[in-house]
Design a protein around this ligand. Sequence first.
Ligand code: SAH
Length: 389
Amino acid sequence: MKTATVNKGKETKYLNQYPLIEEDDLYAHDHLKEGDLFYLVNDSGQYIATAYVGRQHKGIGWVLSYDKDTDINVSFFEVLFTEALEARQYFYQIEGTNAFRLFNSEGDGVGGLTIDNYDGHLLIQWYSKGIYKFRYTILEAVKRVFDYTSIYEKMRFKDKAITGGFVEGEAPAFPIVIEENFTYYNVDLDDGPMTGIFLDQKEVRKKLRDQFAADRDILNLFSYTGAFSVIAAEDAQSTTSVDLANRSRALTEDNFGLNGIDPKSQYIYVMDTFDYYNYASRHHKVYDTIVIDPPSFARNKNKTFSVLKDYDKLIEGALDILAPQGTLLLCTNHSGLSLKSFKNTVKRTLDEAGMDYEINEVMGLPKDFKTHPHYKPSKYLKAIFVTMN
Ligand code: SAH
């Protein structure tokens, strides 16, 4: 077994179960290759943890075990998957939802690996070459533990030679229809990096429908397949979905159709968000709820947008077309932006605009996206409902 020695002052961090092994914390790491298992030791050679090499974020790999005698084999993953499955029994039992996360990387004990259940069709996502090297072992454990109709996979690392897609089982005809909080959505597990729905936002979508949709005109920016619009539409006065990508129009129309809502009764614009702000102000459009759920980075022609630098501009633009006593739903999934600094950006921008407001809800990940108690970035999702007085 290879070993890697932790720098003097950094030992406590790992003894306190920080799961991501950061390059700067090691004396040397050139001997560690993707997919290697190794013992993390202190500078007197004492064992701290067993880890694997899988480069991701600032990390060189993830801790798998704190017991030197534990072998990393099929039964190792089987035990973790069984625990994860037991913790998700609630989701199998509730009505109106049949898609949720079964295994959430470091939160469930293996950084770099997620498994989602879309009504019996499983999606495994590999976040590094290193974890992908355990593919056969992990697949064997997946098959032993989870019930499934089919298994698909996606690579979250770059490698021209490896593509994701069908793994095994009965391949469905995509899109399949999944249900979440009694709303239907199309899902395709075999089409590019996204599936049609972001399962981590399910509680935020529900909150929007339950408290901030009735009789309102709702604007959904960065709308993708219209998930926020679709769940809100039944109770809303109107929904308007705005996304830059051409494909978003048909995908959004189809999702409305699945729920018995005539897509023609709703507004859909294929447009840049900032262009839409200009268009909407020129036409004196006003919205009671504005949903802003952008990607962390985006590029449109020669302009770039970054959540870290430009979120204030998104809020300012929205305020120009927000009705009195209107609500903003502000989201980000950037793991490098803490809840504290996101909240500060929101407050500072609203204060500088002279708004009097109340924060109604601050939400994070749902229970199936289990997070790691000693690794803050695992709580990457932040969603704030704020209403103007
Ligand atoms: N809010 C969505 C997920 C957003 S995914 C949901 O709840 O499902 C990010 C989306 O932002 C993509 O569909 C992408 O096409 C869109 N996008 C990226 N840059 C944009 C821009 N400048 N204006 C509008 N949409 C943009």
